[in-house]
Design a protein around this ligand. Structure first.
Ligand SMILES: NC(=O)c1ccc[n+]([C@@H]2O[C@H](COP(=O)([O-])OP(=O)(O)OC[C@H]3O[C@@H](n4cnc5c(N)ncnc54)[C@H](OP(=O)(O)O)[C@@H]3O)[C@@H](O)[C@H]2O)c1
Length: 319
C-alpha cells in the first residue's frame, strides 16, 4: 500500500509519466474499485460537450454503467452523430441529445428547465465542455469565451439543476478541469481577461483554476444536501481538443497520449463509484485526490474564493 502510494505520488509530481498513458496503465494495476455494470441503472446524468473527445467517452462510460445520459451539445447534428456512435458501442443505451450552448446563459437556463420538466432527479452533471480560443472572444452577453464556457455556464447549470441533484440523494457534480490550472492563480481581479495581452492558453488555464475553486465553493453550498462536488483533470488524452488546439504539443507527446476512454475514466468513476460520494470538494486525477497547488503564488485565499462566488452570482444573474 505504502509503495503504491509513493509510486502514485511520484507519477503525479513528475508530470509526464503521470499525465500520460503511462500513469493510467500503472495506476490501473492497483485500482480495485471498478464500478460494476448496471450500477447506475435508473439514474440520469447530464454531460456537457458530449459530442466529442472526453465528453463522448464519458457518455459511453456512463451508459455502460446503465445510466441514462442527457448529452448537452451546442450542435445537435454533431450530438446525434456522437449518440449513434454510443448506441453502436452500447446497444439499447438510453442516451438523448439536448441542445445547449454553455457559453450562452439563456441556452443554459432553457436546457435546465427542460430537464426539470422531464426528470424526477439527476445522479450527476459532468461539466466537460471546453474551448481554447486563440484570440480574446466575447459572447453575445459580453463575457470572455473561456470564462463563459468553463465557469459561468457550469455555475448557472449547477444552480438551475440543484433541485434535481438534491432529489437524487447521492448526486455528483464533476468539473473537468486541467493540469494546466497548476500554472495559474485565481485572477479574481481580472476574471474576464480584460488586462494585458490575451493569451489563449493562459486564459484556458486561468478558467480551469476557477473551476477547481468553484467546485470547492459548490461543495460547501451543497454539503449535507445529498450532492457531492468534485473537480478532476484527465491527464493528456488524444482528443480533437488536444490535436486541434495544441497541435505542437500533440505531436510531441502523441505516442504516450491516453485514449479518450482513459482520460474520461476518473470522471465516470466519480459519478458511478460509491467512494467519491463520501467526500466532497476534492481535486482528482486517476481516481485519487491530488493537491490543488504546488506553487505558492497559486494558492487561493478564502476571501478570493468568495469573491469568485460573488462574481459568478452577479454575472449569471443569480445575485
Ligand atoms: N484532452 C485532454 O488531454 C484534456 C486535458 C485537460 C483537460 N481537458 C478538458 O476536457 C474537456 C473536454 O475536452 P476534449 O479534450 O474532449 O476536447 P474536444 O474534443 O474539443 O471536446 C470539447 C467539447 O466541448 C464542446 N463545447 C465547447 N464549447 C461549448 C459550448 N459553448 N457549449 C457546448 N459545448 C461546447 C465541444 O463542442 P463542439 O464539437 O460543438 O465544438 C466539444 O464537444 C475540456 O473541458 C478540456 O478542457 C482535456
Amino acid at each position: 500500500m505504502r509503495l503504491t502510494g509513493a509510486l502514485d505520488t511520484l507519477l503525479d509530481r513528475t508530470i509526464v509519466p503521470g499525465y500520460s498513458r503511462i500513469g493510467y496503465v500503472v495506476r490501473r494495476t492497483w485500482w480495485s474499485d471498478d464500478v460494476p455494470d448496471g450500477a447506475l441503472a435508473g439514474r440520469t446524468v447530464a454531460v456537457t460537450g458530449a459530442n466529442s473527445g472526453l465528453g463522448a467517452a464519458t457518455t459511453l462510460g456512463l451508459a455502460r454503467l446503465g445510466a441514462s445520459v442527457r448529452m448537452l451539445c451546442r450542435d445537435t447534428a454533431r450530438g446525434e452523430q456522437a449518440r449513434a456512435d454510443v448506441l453502436a458501442a452500447c446497444p439499447g443505451a438510453d442516451v438523448e441529445v439536448e441542445e445547449c450552448d454553455l457559453s450562452d446563459l439563456k441556452s443554459v437556463r432553457a436546457v435546465a428547465a427542460r430537464l426539470r420538466d422531464a426528470l424526477p432527479g439527476l445522479r450527476g452533471v459532468v461539466h466537460n465542455a471546453g474551448v481554447l480560443p486563440p484570440e480574446r472572444t466575447e459572447t453575445a452577453a459580453g463575457h470572455e469565451l473561456t470564462v463563459a464556457t468553463h465557469v459561468l455556464g457550469p455555475h448557472l447549470l449547477t444552480a438551475e439543476l440543484r433541485p434535481l441533484l438534491v432529489a437524487d440523494g447521492d448526486a455528483r457534480v464533476v468539473f473537468v478541469s486541467s493540469g494546466g490550472m497548476y500554472t495559474q492563480p485565481l485572477r479574481i481581479d481580472d476574471p474576464e481577461y480584460r488586462r494585458g495581452d490575451y493569451n489563449g492558453t493562459k486564459a484556458y488555464a486561468r478558467t480551469k483554476r476557477m473551476q477547481v475553486v468553484l467546485a470547492g465553493l459548490w461543495a460547501q453550498r451543497l454539503a449535507g444536501l445529498g450532492a457531492s462536488v468534485h473537480a478532476m483533470h484527465p491527464g493528456w488524452a488524444d482528443t480533437p481538443g488536444i490535436t486541434d488546439s495544441l497541435p505542437g504539443f500533440a505531436r510531441v507527446v502523441g505516442p504516450i497520449l491516453r485514449s479518450a476512454d482513459e482520460g474520461a475514466d476518473t470522471a465516470v468513476w466519480l459519478v458511478g463509484a460509491p467512494a467519491p460520494g463520501r467526500t466532497t470538494g476534492l481535486f482528482w486525477q486517476d481516481r485519487a485526490p491530488r493537491p490543488t497547488s504546488y506553487l505558492p503564488f497559486t494558492v487561493t485565499s478564502e476571501a478570493d474564493a468568495e469573491r469568485l462566488w460573488d462574481y459568478c452570482a452577479e454575472a449569471t444573474g443569480l445575485a
